[in-house]
Design a protein around this ligand. Structure first.
Ligand code: IPD
Ligand code: CA
Ligand code: CA
Ligand code: CA
Length: 268
């Protein structure tokens, strides 16, 4: 049950799932279902890919628990739980935009110790093991450091519920004039890996799910980023903020003043 062994298996499975998606993605995938709102879409390949990932995990490690976006939480008998998002960035997948990824995080005793983000159309496979650094194509990743907020490129995302989007737009209107610029890439996992690789300086988003950031959060943290919520709260299920120390605090203080969680009592 060494983290390196779990990572090796996660990587093999994420590569196979990526091959499935590349081979089977139709020119225009069909929406077969919606979730929290009509904009929260599911394609057949979201489900087929998660089924494949679950089958591969079970074949090698039948006692492990698995939490996946499409198939829910299946308890296991041991200390290991897999946290799976078969396609993070389904809307990008639907439209043929490149920022989507297979995200697989592996917990031991409730803590993520290994993570893989396979950003298939970008040809990039990000990996991290707790304490072992974050890696892309044999290169160790280091997030950008020493960037002040007013020169920071900040990635963000929006939940699907309209009530939440109203607050997110109000917060964004106050953040935008105070940073270099904003990017809305469309995949939380890719956004976190972009913090790790230095393609953006920081990231924040309210209301992501554990499977969105389980693997990417470890990649970012192992690249030197700080990841957390408001006022020291854990980032799941609250606001997720991720950036190098220094920028993290600046972004945190700005967001805390804007109270991005004020939709909590009614938001979905
Ligand atoms: C979504 C993406 C998106 C984020 C949403 C997530 P999905 O995941 O990560 O970037 O803004 O909050 O729900 O539904 O494409 O797996
Ligand atoms: Ca997701
Ligand atoms: Ca997904
Ligand atoms: Ca989804």
């Amino acid at each position: 049950m060494l983290p390196d062994d779990l990572l090796a298996l996660a990587k093999d499975i994420a590569v196979e799932a990526g091959e499935l998606l590349l081979a089977k993605r139709p020119a225009r995938p069909e929406v077969i279902d919606t979730k929290s709102s009509p904009t929260d879409v599911v394609t057949a390949l979201d489900r087929e890919t998660e089924d494949l990932i679950r089958a591969r995990i079970k074949a090698v490690r039948p006692g492990d628990a698995i939490l996946g976006e499409e198939g829910g939480d299946v308890p296991g008998q041991g200390r290991v739980r897999w946290v799976v998002d078969p396609i993070d960035g389904t809307v990008n997948f639907l439209y043929g935009l490149p920022a989507w990824a297979i995200s697989i995080g592996v917990e031991v005793d409730g803590e993520i110790v290994a993570g893989v983000v396979n950003a298939v159309p970008m040809g990039e496979l990000y990996t991290a093991v707790k304490g072992g650094g974050a890696w892309l194509a044999g290169e160790r990743l280091h997030c950008n450091t020493g960037v002040p907020l007013d020169r920071a490129l900040i990635a963000t995302g929006f939940g699907y519920a309209a009530s939440r989007r109203v607050v997110q737009a109000e917060v964004l209107a106050q953040v935008l004039p105070r940073v270099r610029d904003i990017r809305r890439g469309g995949s939380c996992a890719v956004d976190l890996c972009s913090v790790a690789s230095g393609r953006v300086d920081g990231y924040y988003e309210r209301g992501t799910q554990y499977w969105d950031h389980a693997a990417g959060g470890l990649v970012a943290a192992e690249a030197g980023a700080r990841i957390g919520g408001l006022h020291g709260k854990p980032y799941n299920p609250e606001l997720t903020i991720c950036a190098a120390p220094g920028l993290f605090e600046e972004l945190h203080d700005l967001l805390a003043a804007l109270d991005p969680e004020r939709d909590a009592p009614t938001g979905a």
